[in-house]
Design a protein around this ligand. Structure first.
Ligand code: ADP
Length: 268
């Protein structure tokens, strides 16, 4: 295998950042990481790439605003916090991206757009236009109205899966998923010191699923299972996904330039 991955042809990329990348353990916004992220994504657009950002963090930012240190279990409280945090998060993105002359937009989605071909087409049309204009759409679930009922299913559940669905909608070549961990390991590295990073996974089978443990940070919601579910969707549609550590979002440049960072999911 060559020393570099062949990712030169990637034109459309979806980047997903987890709450653990954007929010410090003390609940404050990680301005350094956020700034780096805006810098790198703007740089990619300047290189001619089309970039979509799926950003978590609204509830975490909302918690910081009202002074909560633990995420409430009640759905109305979570939705209220998301509503507080989303606006502030977008304001910060707006400020930082504008430093680099980068235009952004906000798109809030619910799962039912997938059930209605016209809605799905509308989402595609909007995102496709934004991307062709060099704008970075920033996507999140529309938390206030998202519900998970038998006959009314509007919730994606988590942004890991939302980001894989967005990759499908815009027909992206690559999904870069940033988390609080260097990639996918043969066991949960938070619990096992001898865990080893897996550089490439070509199939999500029972053996891979067995290696995924529970969730990590107090803000993170998905854990590895939701990342594997997202990876499964990505592989099914012949796209690629890289799971990497978002502590320094500058890794996105390196990943795009073929450096072997994190875990690459792709079909053989
Ligand atoms: P995020 O907020 O970025 O979505 P999560 O906390 O939801 O991140 O998920 C990442 C966490 O998953 C890691 O910090 C780690 O504790 C846990 N994890 C469980 N199994 C594994 C594994 N096999 N490889 C890597 N991380 C794992």
């Amino acid at each position: 295998m060559s020393e570099k991955r062949q990712l030169d042809d990637v034109k459309r990329v979806v980047v997903k950042v987890g709450t653990s990348t954007l929010i410090h353990a003390n609940g404050q916004i990680n301005l350094h990481a956020l700034d780096q992220l805006c810098f790198v994504l703007s740089g990619l657009v300047n290189e001619g790439k089309q970039v979509v950002l799926v950003s978590s963090g609204a509830i975490g930012v909302g918690m910081g605003q009202v002074g909560l240190s633990t995420r409430p279990d009640e759905i109305p409280a979570q939705q209220a916090l998301a509503s507080i945090g989303q606006g502030l998060l977008m304001t910060i993105y707006q400020q930082r991206f504008s430093t680099y002359g980068q235009k952004i937009s906000q798109v809030l989605l619910t799962h039912d757009v997938l059930d209605y071909p016209t809605s799905k087409q509308n989402v595609f049309n909007t995102l496709d236009t934004l991307l062709k204009w060099g704008v970075i759409p920033i996507i999140n679930e529309n938390d206030t109205i998202a519900v998970d009922e038998l006959d009314h299913h509007t919730k994606f559940g988590d942004n890991d899966q939302l980001s894989a669905i967005v990759a499908d909608i815009v027909d992206a070549d690559l999904l870069i998923m940033l988390s609080d961990i260097d990639g996918f390991f043969n066991k949960n590295p938070q619990k096992h010191k001898d865990a080893k990073l897996i550089a490439e996974i070509n199939k999500i089978d029972a053996d891979v699923v067995k290696k995924a443990g529970g969730k990590g940070s107090k803000f993170g919601t998905g854990g590895m299972m939701t990342k594997l579910k997202a990876a499964k969707r990505i592989l099914k549609h012949d796209r690629m996904m890289v799971l990497a550590n978002g502590a320094d979002p500058a890794v996105i440049f390196k990943i795009m330039h073929g450096d072997k960072i994190g875990t690459l999911f792709r079909k053989k």
